[in-house]
Design a protein around this ligand. Sequence first.
Ligand code: GAP
Length: 440
Amino acid sequence: MDKTIEKIVSLCKRRGFVFQSSDIYGGFSAVYDYGPLGIELKNNISQLWWKEMTHVHENIVGLDSGILMHPKIWEASGHVGAFNDPLVDCKKCKSRYRADEFSNDFVSINWQETKCPKCGTTGNLTNPRQFNLMFKTNVGPVEETGTEAFLRPETAQGIYVNYQLVQGAMRLKIPFGIAQIGKAFRNEIIARNFIFRTREFEQMEMQYFVKPGTDDAIFNDWKNKRLNFYLDKLGISKDRLRFHQHGKDELAHYAKEAWDIEYNFPFGWSEIEGIHNRTDYDLNRHEEFSGKNLSYFDQPNNDRFLPYVIETSAGLNRMLLTILADAYWEDKKNNRIVMKFDPKIAPIKAVICPLVKKDGLPEMAREIMDILSPHFKVIYDQQGSIGKRYYRQDEAGTPFGITVDHKSLEENTITMRDRDSMKQERISIDQLLETIRKVI
Ligand code: GAP
């Protein structure tokens, strides 16, 4: 098989996209660090999402709320009571499983008659225990009751508790949205498949506040818009994307309706983004727990109501994994690996190479760096044969290879190599910036 998760992990380490956290200490489970190419790629993705949400839609604004919040927020949201995974242990080999890995209908399973998948023994699996996924910490120097706080497991609650302040400050009229990008933390029992499920990750969430009764139509609209983002903006293959509607047994405690956008990863179809109709569940609960009136006043219609919320919730790291998996291409004919990123999100847009390290070519290549680098990320490379330099950048997903040769000095031109077709064309240095700009 061409695309395996192992090959993608290995390329990510080799080229500086993603590293296991705390590598020199043997790693730290389910946490990852982003290297020089990873952070460029991650920034490009999040900026694209931010533009799509807050610049293109004039009724959607941004927010950056704290990771630590009043602990009562998590009681109100239901996370203290209901954000649990069922956990099963093997008493013999100490392996740990999520009960729903065995079956969605795990309540009907007779655990005493079930084999441990790791050690193969029967009679050693415990009955499922509920395990809360929130990380706890203590605020202040002394660990005592009343100082306990949680690392947020979703960014959404920061939006709900600020919604009236944002609405008032920006004089927003319903329907309107609030978008946020930020870290979230979950003490996942089973963390596997590289950066797909980790304990520390980033979410890109948008909460759209609507009048009850208009929610179903607006929900469908967002469902389609979000799928189109993957197709049109990120350039993900259509046949590897699909919707999955949550059945009654899958719905989160807050949702009336939920659809996942799924991608066909090397390990199978899995969720990358959720679109949820959360009704007035969260605002209702925050009214109850805070004692504050959170209703919205619809002045033109002299009407007061608690808005419904349509949520679009994407994981930045999962989106990045989707892009890595989709872009990975083994070009057998030319014996190379290519990351076919859409040029818009490619970490490096062009590599600039003097053909040889003499005759004034490096100086001219540096001048081209000076022209391009204020506009987008480019790198300079004069090490090794030109073929090797190109192949290195194919693995990094750099769409353009710019070479300065002897003709460049005479004609003020360079050759520009296309990453995917490997075709080269000679273009004038005066047109270079505009030519690349058009594509990215
Ligand atoms: N606010 C709603 C919410 O958090 P969710 O389905 O639990 O809903 C939304 O999470 C998205 O966050 C998922 O589709 C996924 O992309 C990302 N996500 C959730 N848990 C994650 C984890 N442990 N590691 C990486 N990404 C995760």
